[in-house]
Design a protein around this ligand. Structure first.
Ligand SMILES: C[S@@+](CC[C@H](N)C(=O)[O-])C[C@H]1O[C@@H](n2cnc3c(N)ncnc32)[C@H](O)[C@@H]1O
Length: 381
């Protein structure tokens, strides 16, 4: 049977490895409010609305959405563990029973005659076999004038994770029991994850989802691809990170040759190289042709896919070679990132030489922008 993105891996293990730290609930809510603000969605915009969320997982993020007071909140997930977690939250009174509808379904087959003011689909689309088709399906449930929120991933934004995935065969070659292997991975990546300010996800879950999850060969879907998919009926409303500068005089906008989507595409091309490293504080637009950087990163993703799935180290030199080229490309503007890439290669060489304690130095603190968020509005009919 064909692998279903997320559903096969999560379902076989009965897991939902996206648990957020909600011990400090006000902090969690503040993080979500900040995200929604980037997306142009103030809490009042949700009050009394009909909201549909695809792939809510644990429902941790739904806590915030529900707190904004939608009149109806439909949650659709195809993973039994997600549906149990949602039922538990309703049982505990964390999600309002009278306004929530939970549907256990494959999103791709989900049908509903209702149209919704807000449709959310976070952390689901880029790994799907047909991300554009999946996006169009999800978007079809948005009412005219309504809002759609999705997430994207670019080859550059996930390169740091891709490097970490390349390390998996080094661990599997130790022939440890499954549990020991897992504990070793958690121990090994702890310095990396601890370096991330605002990390709100359990380290164990991050390992399950980012190192052990068999990602498909094509695991990216970029903001321009999302815009191309939705161009006919939707306009970009906001993004997180916020990179769009729009200096048009508002009175000129209705006559302006460039629409919201064109502006976002152009701005994306100016800033997207900084998705490579979350630590970058871009003062001026990047100078690299984005297509070259993304093509090189996409090549790295492909080599990683072979290394990961064959559990073989044979192609590791090819991976290091493409990384060296990426490092060369970015060293002028992102010297810290280029240094992290060099340190990764050095650590891998030490591993290949059999070192039990390879030193990955400054690679440890390098992460990309992972997933980006985009909100769209559906043009009124
Ligand atoms: C990576 S998790 C993201 C969870 C949550 N939205 C978040 O951002 O923390 C992906 C979620 O989407 C669900 N999912 C993915 N593909 C699906 C599909 N085709 N049908 C139904 N649910 C799906 C998974 O079961 C899981 O709960």
């Amino acid at each position: 049977m064909a692998e279903k993105a997320y559903l096969s891996y999560y379902g076989e293990r009965n897991i939902i490895p996206v648990r957020q730290d909600i011990e400090n609930l006000p902090r969690h809510m503040a993080r979500r409010q900040a995200l929604y603000r980037h997306l142009g969605i103030q809490p009042l915009a949700l009050r009394g609305c009909a909201v549909l969320e695809f792939g809510p997982g644990t429902g941790d993020n739904a806590l915030y959405t529900a707190s904004c007071g939608p009149a109806l909140y439909v949650l659709v997930d195809g993973n039994p563990a997600s549906n149990c977690a949602l039922a538990e939250k309703i049982e505990q009174g964390l999600l309002p029973r009278d306004r929530i509808e939970c549907r256990a379904a494959d999103i791709r087959e989900y049908a509903d005659t209702r149209r919704f003011d807000v449709v959310l689909c976070e952390g689901v689309i880029p790994m799907q076999a047909d991300p554009a088709g999946f996006t169009s399906h999800v978007a079809s449930f948005v009412a005219p004038g309504g809002i759609l929120v999705i997430t994207t991933m670019s080859p550059a934004s996930i390169l740091a994770e891709i490097c970490r995935r390349v390390l998996k065969p080094f661990f599997t070659s130790l022939s440890l029991e499954e549990d020991r292997l897992f504990q070793e991975l958690v121990r090994f990546f702890q310095p990396d994850l601890r370096s991330l300010p605002g990390m709100s996800r359990r380290h164990e879950d991050w390992i399950l989802d980012n190192i052990l999850n068999p990602w498909p060969r094509h695991c990216t879907f970029t903001i321009p691809q999302a815009i191309d998919t939705l161009d006919q009926e939707f306009d970009v409303l906001g993004t997180s990170p916020c990179f769009v500068q729009d200096w048009r005089w508002y009175k000129s906008i209705p006559e302006h040759a460039q629409g919201w989507n064109d502006i976002t595409r152009a701005e994306y091309n100016r800033w997207a190289e900084y998705l490579l490293d979350y630590r970058a504080r871009p003062g001026s637009p990047g100078r690299l042709p984005m297509a070259n950087l993304d093509a090189a990163c996409e090549h790295a993703v492909e080599i990683q896919h072979n290394i990961w799935h064959s559990n073989s180290l044979e192609s590791v030199p090819d991976f290091l070679d493409i990384l060296r080229r990426i490092g060369e490309m970015v060293k002028g503007e992102m010297s810290g990132t280029a240094g992290a890439i060099e340190d990764f290669s050095e650590g891998v060489k030490q591993l290949l030489e059999g070192s039990p304690a390879p030193n990955f130095r400054n690679f440890r603190a390098w992460f990309g922008r992972g997933q980006q968020y985009v909100s769209f509005t559906r043009r009124a009919a």
